[in-house]
Design a protein around this ligand. Sequence first.
Ligand SMILES: [Zn+2]
Ligand SMILES: [Zn+2]
Length: 304
Amino acid sequence: MLRLTFLGTSAAQPTIGRNLSGLAIRRERELFLVDCGEGTQRQMTKYATGFDVAAICFTHMHLDHWLGVVGFLRTLSMQERPEPLDLYGPRGLSRMVERYMAGPVERLSFDLRVQEVVPGERIRRDGCDLVPFATHHGVPSVGWALVEDARPGRFHPDRAAALGVEEGPMFGALQHGKAVTLPSGRVVTPLEVLDPPRPGRKVVVTGDTRPCQATVDVSRAADLLIHDSTFGDAEAERAVQTDHTTAREAGRLAREAGVARLVLTHLSTRYDRDPETLLAQAREEFGEVSVAHDGLTLEVPLLG
Ligand SMILES: [Zn+2]
Ligand SMILES: [Zn+2]
């Protein structure tokens, strides 16, 4: 399973219909958040994501992207959560935690593990890596890519049988990439009975940023790109001044990177009720695009 739920899709201030930034990503047994704006925990309740968060990945330390974490951690502590929680983010994360969480959150019922990351490192999780990449937002910032491990290639039982492997535990071992030894002494390797490995899924979340090369590079052949799309053509100048991206620019970048699908988010309040303008402008550049709304849930299917 790889399921994303948009918890907040508004830039800078919340509106009646849109909360501040937050995205839940559930992959198999682990739940991740990317950013945690004010009100995120209520959105998690409303959209039933569960509270069993394993890690929160921050894109940058602008207030509208993290203020919700203070209250959320307090709730987890009141529920006497025992499991440690990982916080990952760019430079400034540790200072924020020291300043704002030591006081108001009192003592937590669990370990808070805080890690400031640098672009390009890979954070190992269960069956996938979380990969921070450089973005351009005028303050220390990163985007996040979730990159699944490659899956073993398709297994061909007929080939295994032809080599003399009996159906049973040896089939299982070969499917998991382990060589087996037949009673005759002949060793059968996975290469003989499996197709080449198939790439896992890849989801990229930019956070706030100008369009940049690192996003293109990390997004090559991604299943899903979630990009800053704060403004439309009419505010192209303003997008440059405030280090954000227009819908059209996001569309162009998606095309260049060859992603399967683009979702626009972090909308300026002026597009709150009418995101169609942004959608139309992005669509002139890239066909497979939609605009996020709070509560939007997307499943990323396994292909092949
Ligand atoms: Zn923002
Ligand atoms: Zn920002």
